[in-house]
Design a protein around this ligand. Sequence first.
Ligand code: SAM
Length: 279
Amino acid sequence: MVVKHTLYIVATPIGHRDDVSARAIAILKGVDRILAEDTRHSGNLLRHHGVSTPTQSLHEHNELAKVSSIIDALQAGESFALISDAGTPLISDPGYRLVRACLQAGVKVSPIPGPSALLAALSVSGLPTDSFRFVGFPPAKSAARERWLAKLRDDSSTIVLYESPHRILASLESLLTVLGADREMTLVRELTKQFETVLHGTIGEVLSQVKADSNQTRGEFVLVIAGCEQVPTTSTLELDALIKALIDQLPPKAVARCAAELLNVSKQDAYNRVLELKP
Ligand code: SAM
């Protein structure tokens, strides 16, 4: 089942140790070496599933230095699995530089998909999933965090971010400051673990609940925040009003020309809108 010369990117549990696929276990047993972010941490999971493949550390600080020897070994015929402490490697975890270097060297990289906190949280958030923006961890300092959030304020996609227990309150305060108390959000905590919690409400409500119960600041968090509702701007309202006034009097192209001249919008945009509003 394991193919030589291949780097497998293997997802492991985000809490419950049985959330790992049968194929992931077979690959972990079959490769020559497992690259693990923290070999001691992953050792517990590997032992639980009867995996005795040798492990080697690959983390943020040694990744770059190890890339070329790993590629040499892959090209010589070895196979590797990359795992992180939890979830899918590369998602706010090491591995990007290795995968990129493998692709550049023509080495096969193959995913063994499975858990990731971001998708697990999104799936229970009750917020739109058709378009979302994952932004990883917010900056640690509040001024930088608020500038960072301000850039997300007008995005209509659902926002997904990670946060740690010591900054959860500060981050919720920043969400309130920048996005306002009324925006909908879901705080997802300790997924697949004993104290799994899903708190849904407005940013103001979720912040009050977390402030009122210090247990809610413990563990690992994903924050899922509703995107900005598309509020029509004044010029959009004016454009619509003008089009509606002319649409029965003139052909569509003439309506678009008038609207473009009077309201300083592009003819193409005006024409597209005429077509949308045409009965
Ligand atoms: N690679 C991982 C993934 O695929 O989800 C994420 C690694 S990142 C270093 C760790 C962060 O993921 C935590 O700080 C937390 O924000 C989130 N996370 C991981 N496990 C979680 C869980 N069981 N419940 C909630 N959030 C979790």
